[in-house]
Design a protein around this ligand. Sequence first.
Ligand code: ZN
Length: 123
Amino acid sequence: MKLFLNCKFCKKSNKLNPTASDRYELSKKIGTNFKFACNHCKLIDEYHVNSVHSSKGINSKVLLIFLLIGSIFVFVSLSKFLDSRNIQSVYLLPIGLAILPMVYFAWFSNEEKKIRNFNRYKL
Ligand SMILES: [Zn+2]
């Protein structure tokens, strides 16, 4: 989960560095009203924490790519290991195939929940 703020001037999305699970926690860290300089147009203005919204950011895509590469690596080394011991890896590969997407979707649904929770409550 990442926090974003849309610039009042150029309307572009800016990623906020402080992390918080809700707007109340965020307001304790940066204040209810805070000054922010846009990363794109560099203009500074005051913003309210309610204008901050939560989104997945790029992390979910990075994680998916990481899991795909990780799963290929796991399958290749697992099948080599099993073949070297004359174990039929064919039966174990579908189990391996199922685990990684499950990890991803478990993470993904948890992330969705956190995002909804942040966006739901305003100060
Ligand atoms: Zn801007």
